[in-house]
Design a protein. Structure first.
Length: 176
């Protein structure tokens, strides 16, 4: 029964945390979302971000309330492990590890969505938005990795680098 509860909490936390991280990223790189994405993102996360903004205002062009809100969601979801007797220090460490993993998974998901758009419908209304979200990640790679027969390998290189990042973070935290 505990595993089912944990699964439900993980799904809800992943959705909400992902939306908060997307909100942070959109504002950090100054990408204007399509109205449907903006409405979904802001309606799902305003209940947490607005009160946090009173405590942690945005500085340097970053919406720190969204980022801290995402971490608090991870911490809350991870603290269920605390119920089975794990130490507070371990739960905090696991929450930080999980938070970093969510960030990397989010970038991987955005890259995967861009690839899908390029294969299925590059002129889809959401394609420019996803392209703009990935641009800060892919632009430095595109400077180094040239086109191979008109094939852009930068997404593949970015995906491999993100997977390496996951492995490194896992090793640093002792979870792999």
């Amino acid at each position: 029964m505990f595993d089912i509860l944990k699964l439900i909490v993980d799904v809800i936390a992943s959705l909400l945390g992902g939306v908060l991280l997307l909100r942070f990223w959109m504002q950090a790189i100054r990408v204007r979302p399509p109205p449907s994405v903006a409405q979904f993102t802001f309606q799902l996360s305003d209940w947490l971000v607005r009160p946090l903004r009173r405590i942690v205002p945005g500085m340097g062009g970053y919406d720190w309330a969204s980022l801290i809100g995402a971490f608090l969601i991870v911490l809350l979801a991870t603290s269920i492990d605390f119920l089975v007797g794990l130490s507070v220090e371990f739960v905090l460490l696991a929450a930080l590890y999980r938070f970093l993993q969510w960030i990397l998974f989010g970038f991987m998901a955005l890259l995967f969505i861009e690839v899908l758009f390029s294969w299925v419908n590059p002129h889809a209304p959401m394609a420019p938005f996803v392209y703009a979200l990935n641009q800060p990640l892919l632009k430095p790679i595109r400077k180094v990795v040239p086109l191979v027969g008109n094939l852009d390998l930068s997404v593949m290189v970015a995906m491999v680098l993100l997977l390496i990042g996951q492995k490194v973070i896992g090793m640093l935290f002792g979870f792999q």
